[in-house]
Design a protein around this ligand. Structure first.
Ligand SMILES: *Cc1c(COP(=O)(O)O)cnc(C)c1O
Length: 384
């Protein structure tokens, strides 16, 4: 007994992939082994099967799997012929890939501010960004809203603005596959939607992976060609400049197994988010779901009260065995690589404030209640 009492508590994982692996059990090993045995490592049968299942899961007409979420965005931008002289509106409070791909093609990312409660693109700032692009002599051709932390962006407003300006919409759903915006699942909104299967995303594989979701029959044929060096009717016929952006068959097999339990995992994440929010609402600003929207809780991110020293809070939580993370420490328009690109209006005050106040708590579907309670107790103790 004494031994039990002095033993330090188990370390808490920020994302516990080991727990998921124990839950999935031997099925995963068998799925991977089947691929190794049949040996069709590139565009093997599991790839087409996964694409079919992903389409069925979200209701998209077409799904094209690819090497990662960044290439998914790149393929989507190639399909839209992004190039010099064009402006593409992106939120500043996001992962770098959203803006990076725009710059790949010589187009100009124009940074837009976000809402301080949903962390997602503010349509008012989008309008200001379009005006800023025009003043600079750029042609605003498209917008890439991001569903940050798993919550869909304000699509009704964004789609309306995009339509009024004849702009395309590519939804960066790297963090939100599985979520819903009113009666539509993520993957069926905008011209194209992209996602990532990076291991720590809600639906992650055992390496890199991604996908593009779309409705248009002609565009999916173009994407299929772009994914394999712009191939035409056969392998050594090249009709356009493309890339090598295929998803490995092994990763497709992994994802098929994970997709079986994905709906349950989303439910588990929602329950954890609910428990966190109930317990922490009086202590910090907790994330709230707008009416009709669901989140897949890629992150559970709170805002600390203004003036709290976040580094100190994180350090104290760490000393209590609670890992945290900061997404994102710096908005993109403040990053060295992106600071010379235009911003909407007179600056992006919300993105800047959020980057100082946000703190993400451990979140994964296998976070047991006693562990949730330890996290809640630790944050309560540190902030009180
Ligand atoms: C993870 C992520 C990406 C990139 O996905 P990768 O698979 O890592 O290339 C793009 N956009 C956002 C918002 C992301 O979170």
């Amino acid at each position: 007994m004494a031994d039990v009492m002095i033993r330090p508590p188990e370390p808490i994982e920020f994302v516990d992939l080991g727990a998921q692996r124990r839950h999935i059990g031997a099925r995963m090993d068998e799925a991977i082994r089947r691929v190794i045995d049949h040996g069709r490592f590139i565009l093997g049968p599991e790839v087409a099967e996964l694409e079919r299942q992903l389409a069925e899961f979200c209701g998209a007409k077409h799904v094209l799997s690819c090497a990662n979420g960044t290439d998914a965005l790149g393929l989507a931008l190639m399909a839209k012929h992004a190039g010099p002289g064009q402006a593409v509106l992106v939120p500043s409070f996001t992962f770098a890939a959203t803006a990076e791909v725009v710059a790949w093609f010589g187009a100009t990312p124009v940074f837009v501010d976000v809402f301080d409660d949903t962390f997602n693109m503010d349509p008012g700032s989008l309008e200001a960004g379009i005006a800023a692009a025009k003043r600079l002599g750029l042609d605003p051709v498209g917008v890439i809203p991001v569903d940050l932390f798993g919550l869909p962006a304000a699509y009704d407003d964004i789609l309306e603005i995009a339509a009024a300006h004849r702009m395309w919409v590519i939804c960066d759903a790297a963090q939100s596959f599985g979520a819903a915006y009113k009666d539509r699942k993520i993957g069926t909104i905008g011209d194209l939607t992209t996602t990532s299967f990076f291991p720590a995303k809600p639906l992650g594989c055992y390496g890199d992976g991604g996908a593009v979701f779309l409705d248009d029959d002609e565009t999916v044929a173009v994407l299929r060609s772009l994914r394999v060096h712009g191939q035409g009717t056969d392998k050594y016929d090249n009709v356009r400049i493309g890339m090598n952006a295929r998803l490995d068959t092994v990763q497709a097999a992994v994802l098929i197994e994970k997709l079986r339990i994905f709906a349950e995992e989303i439910e588990a994440r929602q329950k954890i988010a609910d428990r966190y929010s109930t317990a922490l609402r009086d202590l910090v600003l907790v994330p709230e779901l707008p009416d009709g929207l669901t989140s897949v809780w890629a992150q559970y991110t709170v805002r600390l009260p203004p003036g709290r020293d976040r580094d100190q809070v994180a350090a104290e939580l760490k000393s209590l065995g609670v890992p945290t993370a900061v997404y994102y420490v710096k908005p993109l328009h403040r990053q060295t690589a992106y600071r010379d690109y235009p911003v909407a209006g007179n600056g992006l005050p919300v993105s800047e404030r959020l980057s100082e106040e946000v703190l993400s708590l451990p979140m994964h579907p296998y976070l047991e209640k006693p562990v949730q309670d330890r996290i809640i107790a630790a944050l309560t103790e540190v902030l009180r």
